[in-house]
Design a binder for this molecule. Structure first.
Ligand SMILES: *Cc1c(COP(=O)(O)O)cnc(C)c1O
Length: 397
């Protein structure tokens, strides 16, 4: 079977390039540069060197011994992306794309950010590589994430507030696209997940696939075999795609992506695209989208900002339809319980996003035989969420 996506960026019926004419040339230029860089040993060596000496890769694989004992079933291993520089997996992709921008002779990068995590990762990589950096952020998000706005400024980035529409992520994406079209000669647009028009989904997945490649080697050595189950949370889907890619050919390994079930199953109360969404086009790609009967993109909710997005990466849509990966939903409440459990039993405060993956593991691990392994992608640390959790639980800080 030919590797996916095809030349037009399709994973079966999903993906593609649904953009205005003006974006076609920049996307083709990017696809060609990416294709060339991907095959170039010097580029790969330079990226690997930065991932090792700057990000701290390989990240450890930790056996969660007390959590395993508590749940009483399969042995739970955590892939520690929380130990990456800047606290999450997003830096893997930000560094890769900034290195590509430099290779393309572009001195300037732009990015959109919602909660600020992707913006911080891009501002970090841009500072390291000496690139000019502008981050677009809805003014409502700027207000909610003041600390990350200041962090990006400390890193030398310019943060531009977008005062249009709902003043959140999707408005920031629209503004970034406008900037890119205008300044494409000097500028690369760093997209933050396996979303958007081709080649972004395949490029971001490839930059993140270091997670699964490392984890496969580590678990083979530590567990002396493959895991029975691999679990990751799915916002746009980049940490999950990065983890799953290495395990896709191993048909006996069950793969589960976990979406935000939020407060309930009503449209607007969650971000579970596979159980609540339908095929549609959003931000340049054809995928599952949460939408109302008229096809208007629906509002979403999740306790974790990183999972709170109405569309999912097109490759996940393909894995869903071909049933290679199954997708589950976990509520805000279950994720919060898992957030506390991991903190108390393992001394690791997880981000609220991977707390969703952990909550799913809490549901099923007890039913697995003791000899089996469960691998969880711990995509980020919880420092960014501590004050949010305190506020939700009525603790005054
Ligand atoms: C942004 C983020 C996510 C969600 O993004 P994906 O592209 O789905 O990986 C998950 N975990 C953490 C810690 C994040 O910062």
């Amino acid at each position: 079977m030919k590797p996916l996506p095809d030349e037009r960026g399709y994973f079966g019926a999903w993906g593609g390039r649904f953009v205005p004419e003006t974006l076609m040339a920049p996307l083709e230029e990017l696809a060609a540069a990416w294709e060339e860089a991907r095959r170039d040993r010097t580029f790969r060596r330079e990226l690997d060197e930065l991932l090792a000496s700057y990000c701290g890769r390989p990240t450890p694989l930790s056996l969660a011994a007390r959590l395993t004992e508590h749940l009483g079933g399969g042995r739970i291993y955590l892939k520690r992306e929380d130990l990456c520089h800047t606290g999450a997996h997003k830096i893997n992709n930000a560094l890769g794309q900034c290195l590509l921008a430099r290779r393309m002779g572009k001195p300037r990068v732009i990015a959109e950010t919602g909660a600020g995590q992707h913006g911080v990762a891009v501002a970090t990589a841009a500072a390291l590589l000496g690139l000019e950096c502008r981050i677009y952020m809805g003014t409502e998000d700027e207000r909610r994430q003041a600390l990350n706005v200041y962090r990006m400024k400390l890193l030398g980035a310019e943060v531009v507030g977008v005062d249009a529409g709902s003043r959140t992520l999707k408005d920031a994406i629209n503004e970034s696209l406008r900037d890119w079209v205008t300044n494409v000669k000097s500028t690369h647009y760093v997209l933050g997940s396996v979303l958007g028009p081709h080649p972004y989904p395949v490029m971001v997945r490839t930059f993140q696939s270091v997670i699964g490649a490392e984890a496969l080697l580590q678990i083979r050595e530590r567990h002396r075999g493959l895991p029975r189950l691999v679990v990751a949370c799915v916002g746009g889907g980049s940490n999950a795609a990065g983890m799953f890619t290495a395990f896709i050919p191993h048909r006996n390994v069950e793969l589960v992506g976990v979406e935000a079930g939020g407060r309930g199953t009503t449209l607007g109360e969650h971000a579970a695209r596979f159980s609540g969404g339908a095929p549609g086009v959003l931000h340049g790609t054809r995928t599952y989208v949460l939408q109302d009967q008229d096809g208007l993109t629906a509002p979403t909710h999740s306790v974790s900002a990183g999972l709170d997005y109405p569309a999912v990466g097109p490759e996940h849509a393909f894995w869903h339809d071909t049933r290679r990966v199954s997708y589950a939903r976990v509520s805000d409440r279950e994720a919060l319980a898992a957030f506390h459990l991991l903190s108390e039993l393992e001394g690791i405060v997880p981000a609220l996003e991977p707390a969703h993956a952990l909550a799913y593991v809490c549901r099923v691990a007890g039913k697995l035989p003791r000899g089996e392994a469960v691998l969880v992608c711990l995509s980020g640390r919880g420092d960014k969420d501590v004050s949010e959790v305190a506020a939700l639980e009525g603790v005054a800080l």
